[in-house]
Design a protein around this ligand. Structure first.
Ligand code: ATP
Length: 568
């Protein structure tokens, strides 16, 4: 720490945070990582508590919460240029170093070590200074924005030590790589400030702002966290569904059920706060700009009051839903959006309400549905309520009829929901179940591959796919043939190229990042496999850009599908 020469305040050094990063890097054990972070958070609480939210986000490699629209706007090219200036070598040399090291942080660290230390370290960097400059970098706009950003970055880089440069550059590119996820930091907050984990977890699910959770935990403890609630404008983690073992069993377990069509589009949360309407994906990205027509429909059909509603948007042609992939394209599109709007009409099927005048998520689903019905003033073919039927155990056929109708209309299946259940953000429980027509598929991550032979020698022909095991580790499950056309195969090989970690003949190891949906005929027990199971005839169905590494399928799910298939 240093003492502020003007007012005598204690300022923590960036070096202290870098030491924490190094400690985190030196262990793969989650409990040890939690201890390291908890100790550090407690120390920040004592020395410079206003840093708590910043340090929390910086430990996750972020400057802003995930849903924030703010971005640093510095790509690797610009960053390399700044490093080259800071250490006084040519940009080409930085690029070579980067290629050799395979990581911008390591490259920066090595270049800094080579450089004479005399001119570096002009003034020690404080965490506050680093954070302030990073925030300013996101804020500058206008035609000289890039220059201003570089200036702000140079201010930091020219005072950085080799290890500070390593983590600073990684932070700028949002690739911190110290193996800290939201679960670890949540546990660290609980440990540091003596908070039950469930309380910290719920506060996070509702606010999605780990920095806020940490600072409230420090300042107001458990009681303060319990008071945190959702607010229109800030996205909430969606409630997730488990697989239904069958309609009858599910309805009987719930007593009676509300069954709805399961639409296969993209799930959105729509927030109205004041005059603003924000649309968020299930990963909490703000996609309002990509879907202007949805904003218009909502503007027309729902009241001008604060609310949060949830629904599924699908695109349809001649009354039939079209592929979910189309919706993904729409959501990612940044230019010529108007052209797309007129091409294929979208419909939003609303199925839940989380806020209307006040939070509604603790109301039972049947009450929330009534609130939703009262909210949608004008139902038309652009804004509809999800098709829903009440199903009691003695009239299971009503659910079966809805299932058949939904499939005939081109939808995916049905949802079976417990009418008494509150909305449980981020929870994949038994209160919301899904029943799909298609056999199950798995979302797995690519960790390796094998190049083809002959004409396909330049393409990776099969991919080694991994699941997440009980210890949260990625474990190989099966090689999947691609099942994709040559064009997609080529695109995929190009996507994979920069992620290749090592090569051994035709085999490659790949940094886990690309998630694919895998179809298969059966899960079988396999003593040779590390996880004890394997897939029969696994085939890549599609690339899933819409979910994160933390959402891939687990060993637990494999076991449950295997068990269910044994029963049938
Ligand atoms: P899947 O691939 O089966 O959609 P997932 O992991 O993407 O699985 P789940 O939570 O398991 O998501 O399945 C529920 C999803 O179904 C919701 O996320 C939502 O996008 C979609 N859905 C479609 N119609 C409805 C509906 N009426 N009620 C709730 N969810 C619905």
């Amino acid at each position: 720490m240093v003492v502020n020469q003007f007012n005598g305040d204690i300022l923590m050094l960036y070096e202290d945070l870098v030491e924490v990063y190094q400690d985190l890097d030196s262990t793969t054990k989650r409990l040890e990582k939690t201890d390291i972070l908890a100790n550090f958070l407690a120390k920040v609480g004592e020395e410079e508590p206003e840093l708590i939210p910043m340090v929390t986000l910086l430990s996750l490699g972020r400057i802003f919460p995930t849903w924030s629209e703010e971005e640093l706007g510095i790509g690797s090219k610009l960053l390399m240029k700044a490093i080259s200036k800071a250490v006084g070598v040519s940009p080409g040399e930085v690029e070579n170093q980067m290629r050799d090291a395979g990581d911008i942080g390591l490259a920066a660290e090595e270049l800094y070590q080579k450089k004479s230390q005399v001119t570096l370290f002009s003034r020690p960097l404080t965490i506050k200074k680093v954070h302030r400059n990073l925030v300013k970098m996101a804020e500058v706009s206008g035609n000289r924005a890039q220059f201003k950003k570089i200036d702000l970055l140079m201010e930091l880089l020219s005072s950085a030590s080799p290890s500070e440069a390593k983590y600073l550059t990684r932070t700028v590119l949002e690739e911190l790589r110290v193996g800290v996820g939201e679960g670890t930091i949540r546990d660290a907050i609980s440990q540091a400030f003596n908070i039950p984990t469930e309380v910290a977890e719920r506060a996070h699910m509702l606010t999605n702002d780990m920095g806020l959770v940490a600072s409230v935990a420090w300042k107001e403890g458990e009681e303060g966290l319990k008071k945190l609630t959702l607010k229109p404008g800030k996205p909430v983690k969606p409630m997730l569904a488990q697989l239904s073992p069958g309609i009858k069993e599910s309805v009987e377990e719930m007593g009676w059920a509300l069954c709805e069509t399961k639409y296969d589009g993209i799930r959105v949360q729509i927030h109205r706060h004041g005059d603003k309407i924000d649309i968020f994906t299930r990963r909490l990205e703000n996609i309002s700009l990509a879907l202007p027509e949805i904003t218009q429909y909502i503007e027309k059909s729902l009241p001008h009051e604060d609310f949060i509603v949830e629904g599924e948007i699908i695109a349809s042609r001649d009354g039939k839903p079209i592929s979910f992939q189309y919706m993904l394209q729409r959501v990612r599109r940044k230019y010529e959006i108007d052209k797309m709007v007129s091409k294929i009409p979208l419909t939003i099927y609303l199925f839940d309400v989380l806020y209307y005048h006040q939070p509604t998520l603790d109301e039972p689903l049947q009450e929330r549905r009534k609130i939703l019905e009262s909210l949608v003033k004008v139902e038309n073919d652009r804004v509809e309520l999800s098709a829903q039927v009440k199903v009691h155990p003695e009239e299971i056929h009503r659910a079966q009829d809805l299932f058949e109708l939904s499939i005939k209309q081109g939808h995916e299946g049905i949802m079976i929901k417990d009418p008494q259940a509150p909305y449980m953000p981020g929870i994949r429980g038994k209160k919301m179940l899904k029943l799909k027509a298609e056999p199950e598929t798995l979302d797995l991550v690519v960790i390796g591959g094998t190049y083809g032979k002959g004409k396909r020698a330049h393409l990776i022909g099969s991919y080694l796919m991994a699941i997440r095991d009980e210890d949260d580790k990625l474990k190989p499950l099966a090689y999947a043939a691609t099942g994709l056309d040559d064009k997609t195969l080529l695109e995929l090989s190009e996507m994979v190229e920069p992620l290749i970690e090592s090569k051994d003949g035709r085999q490659v190891k790949i940094v886990p990042s690309i998630i694919m949906e895998i179809a298969f005929s059966e899960i079988v027990e396999s003593p040779e496999s590390e996880v004890g199971y394997s897939l029969r005839f696994p085939v890549v169905k599609r690339i899933r850009n819409d979910i994160g590494l933390d959402e891939i399928d687990t060993l637990e799910r494999i076991k449950s599908i295997f068990k269910n298939s044994e029963k049938s």
